[in-house]
Write a protein that binds this ligand. Structure first.
Ligand code: ZN
Length: 452
């Protein structure tokens, strides 16, 4: 008997966690943290449907925190099984989990950036991360892996972040595909998502299931940078250290080749984590497209300075004239970018340029929705800087990308939408049943699906 229980990312975008049960043996596909508003974060404290020590394996599709960030907690709670992922995902997981352990510690001590003065105690620390990494078995793409007691799993390229995969789980003669997060077609740094082939069930992300990304983000980015240049102050770009930073550096490099006004614009990367992610691009050349002369760490950006230490970071406060500061996190929910926002938000000459999705409850969300004043590190800051928002630099497939990817399935699977706000999950189901003729449903948290 085979069952899938939707434990996380069902009705929410974050907290990806799908429990697979075959004849009494349990495995998770992904094991992520819930993030965002208090209500969503509280789900991290909800009991799992199975004891951690009864889980035999975790199949991790990629190294984002909402897919692997719960693992050290699972280990703290007694998990002693094996964690399977690709080699680049294992390396990224290490970076992301170390950072998460530090961030939880930091928030517990210093508090949130706005409104809420206190954070809950950390879920785990560096020792738990260490014990988690000891359970990882890295396996390459496209090689079947035995899952004792369950069957086999195959990772195929998902094109979302470096190392990302979707997982095809074979149990007896049934094939269940877990999309993880699906990337976009035609991205400069990563390969396109691989084909699905036959499947009986597909559990698919739906982050952008109800919309398409703007086609020309490079032109929008150019226009936003030029407006920032005109204003004359800092251009702060909050960017996820994983991938988005590299995409933006690559894009700025392209723009610098074409536009003399941008060619000399100094770019400062202030993110120790981004620097580690750059190393991944160097260490796993087979996990991304050939980069030609756009090698890490600059990815083709001609004026890049990388800042690693906190002293380097503080030195950025003394800069004058137009300059770009790229720093994490992308939704301004933590990280060094908070210091730069604290510094520049009240400056009329400054620009804050968001380049991705801003989740509800984050400082980024408040700012792109026109907040006139925000609280950072306990200080009330009147927003005078220009707020720009360039969409289209998403690492996620949009509706058209998802439809294109799903059409590479050769069967007529049962389809479940996960990892999306309710509207986008429902919209993707409507597209799938209309265009592909499959039975499609939005997965609900706690719901169990039994394969005959
Ligand atoms: Zn992801």
């Amino acid at each position: 008997m085979l069952e899938v229980t939707f434990v996380g990312a069902a009705g929410t975008v974050t907290g990806s966690k799908h429990l697979l049960t075959a004849d009494g043996t349990h495995a998770f596909v992904d094991c992520g943290l819930f993030q965002g508003t208090d209500d969503v974060r509280a789900l991290n404290d909800a009991p799992l449907p199975v004891a951690a020590h009864d889980v035999r394996a975790v199949i991790a599709t990629h190294g984002h925190i909402d897919h692997v960030g719960y693992l050290p907690k699972l280990v703290r709670d007694g998990f002693r099984g094996t964690i399977y992922c690709t080699p680049a995902t294992a390396a990224l997981m290490r970076i992301v989990l170390d950072d998460a352990a530090h961030l939880q510690q930091y928030l517990a001590e210093r508090g949130f950036h706005h409104e809420r003065p206190h954070a809950p105690p950390p879920y785990y620390d560096e020792r738990d991360v260490e014990r988690t990494m000891a359970l990882v078995q890295a396996k390459p793409l496209d090689e079947p892996i035995d899952l004792p007691g369950i069957g086999r799993v195959l990772f195929r390229n998902a094109g979302h972040v470096i190392g990302s995969a979707f997982a095809i789980v074979e149990v007896a003669d049934r094939r269940i595909v877990f999309s993880g997060d699906v990337g976009r077609y035609g991205r400069p740094l990563l390969f396109d998502p691989a084909e699905i082939g036959p499947a009986d069930v597909i559990v698919c992300e739906s982050t952008y299931g109800d919309r398409t990304h703007p086609p020309q983000p490079l032109e929008e980015l150019r226009a936003a940078l030029l407006r920032g240049l005109e204003r004359g102050g800092a251009i702060v770009i909050p960017a996820f250290a994983v991938e988005r930073t590299q995409d933006i550096l690559y894009a700025i490099g392209k723009l610098q080749q074409r536009d003399a006004r941008l060619a000399a614009l100094p770019v400062h990367l202030d993110s120790p984590m981004a620097e580690k992610v750059d190393d991944l691009f160097a260490s796993f050349p087979q996990a991304h497209r050939p980069l030609g002369d756009a090698q890490p760490p600059s990815f083709g950006c001609r004026t890049l300075t990388v800042h690693v230490t906190t002293d380097d970071s503080k030195a950025l406060n003394r800069l004058s004239g137009p300059h770009v500061i790229l720093s994490a996190s992308g939704m301004a929910a933590g990280g060094r970018v908070l210091h730069h926002l604290h510094n520049h938000l009240a400056d009329r000459r400054a620009t804050v340029l968001f380049v991705g999705y801003q989740g509800a409850g984050t400082l980024g969300h408040l700012l792109v929705h026109g907040a006139r004043s925000v609280r950072i590190f306990g200080d009330e800051i009147h927003v005078r800087a220009a707020i720009e928002h360039v969409e289209g630099y998403s690492a996620h497939a949009d509706r058209d990308d998802l439809r294109r990817w799903l059409a590479t399935c050769t069967g007529t699977p049962e389809f479940f939408a996960v990892h999306g706000e309710p509207e986008s999950a429902a919209a993707l189901c409507a597209t799938v049943s209309h265009d592909l003729g499959w039975h499609a449903a939005v997965a609900r948290r706690g719901e169990r699906y039994r394969l005959a």
